[in-house]
Design a protein around this ligand. Structure first.
Ligand code: TRP
Length: 336
């Protein structure tokens, strides 16, 4: 078959605002995959409620993530875009995977340890089995390629372990081996206040992140306020190694302009951060401005967005249902 396309699945949580980190680390990279792969992009609302979400805020954030994807160039005509809770296969397969995965495997997950913090006993059970649901997201479609940031690599390894154990427990060759698609260095966008912490929607400081709901002035202001050190920019990427904030800004510049970080260093060698940040502010505004404006237009037309999600869910369900039927058959669930 010449027109066979491999299948990509990825997801973003609708918890809090979409940030520059979501854009550069995930969504932007999805756009180019749409012609090469069959692509399924999911707003993972079931994952979001592993920590408490205000219902109205969750509804809004779900639309916002969908709008962010579409405004960034994810095309509903090329990709399936939907929210996870509309397709029952995710939760159903996750239950089966809860029975395949081992406690010992989940105990090793560093993201759970980070998110649960000191009070492990008070974390939701859902947060603990979060990776099982993520495995279900991917494998409900027999997807083979998953674009993720470095922080999700361990979850993807677990997905492979679950697929393998399922196959060997049931003596089948059913679930595929999933491959990560990891993008360039700048995919890990750090906080504008602390170059050693990931840019996060949960950081209490608004100035630590750029939200895709920020307008042009606010974007420029946050870039100009970003923390740096007092040295001028170096001529090479290697010299940024112990300068976390400087490195982060160079990486953001590189990712937004589709250039190499080393290229940026050569251009700005010896210059101070005031000049660099002015240029970065202009660049950020010119790239993000049209996206944030399109997003805000779409957020005013919820009927359009909801229609896309509904149609996406119908298509996703059509793909996942027969796969789930086969899983039921393999596991021995009776369908009289
Ligand atoms: N856990 C991912 C994150 O926080 C989101 C996610 C959920 C996901 N299901 C997925 C990513 C499936 C890739 C594939 O970034």
């Amino acid at each position: 078959m010449t027109d066979f396309k491999q299948r990509v699945f990825s997801g973003v949580q609708p918890s809090g605002n979409l940030t520059l980190g979501n854009y550069l680390g995930a969504i932007k990279n999805w756009v180019g995959l749409q012609d090469k792969y069959e692509t399924i992009f999911c707003v993972v609302d079931l994952h979001a409620i592993t920590t408490w979400q205000e219902p109205d805020v969750l509804r809004n954030a779900t639309r916002e993530v969908a709008a962010g994807m579409i405004a960034s160039g994810v095309d509903p005509k090329k990709s399936i875009i939907f929210n996870q809770s509309q397709v029952p296969a995710h939760a159903e397969l996750a239950w089966i995977f809860n029975c395949v995965a081992r406690m010992g495997w989940l105990n090793r997950m560093t993201q759970f340890k980070e998110k649960a913090g000191k009070h492990k006993e008070r974390a939701s059970v859902g947060l603990y089995v979060y990776p099982d649901l993520m495995a279900a997201d991917i494998l409900a479609y027999l997807a083979t390629h998953v674009p993720v940031g470095a922080d999700q690599k361990q979850h993807l390894e677990l997905t492979r372990d679950i697929a393998q154990k399922f196959n060997s427990d049931y003596g089948v060759d059913f679930f595929p081996e999933v491959e990560p698609l990891i993008f360039g260095a700048a995919t890990r966008v750090m906080s504008l206040r602390d170059g050693t912490a990931k840019m996060s929607k949960s950081d209490p400081s608004e100035n630590s992140r750029i939200n895709l709901t920020d307008d042009r002035d606010l974007i420029a202001k946050k870039i100009r306020k970003a923390r740096t050190d007092s040295e001028p920019l170096p001529g090479s990427v290697e010299a940024l190694e112990n300068r976390a904030e400087a490195k982060n800004l160079v990486n953001i510049f590189a990712a937004l302009s589709n250039r190499d970080a080393s290229d940026i260093c050569i251009e700005y060698e010896g210059k101070g951060f005031a000049d660099f940040k002015n240029d970065l502010a202009d660049l950020s505004v010119s790239v993000l401005g049209p996206i944030t404006e399109e997003m805000s237009r779409m957020m005013d037309d919820t009927a359009y967005l909801d229609g896309i999600l509904r149609e996406g869910a119908v298509n996703a369900n059509r793909m996942a249902s027969p796969i789930l039927d086969q899983v039921h058959e393999i596991v021995g669930f009776l369908r009289p």
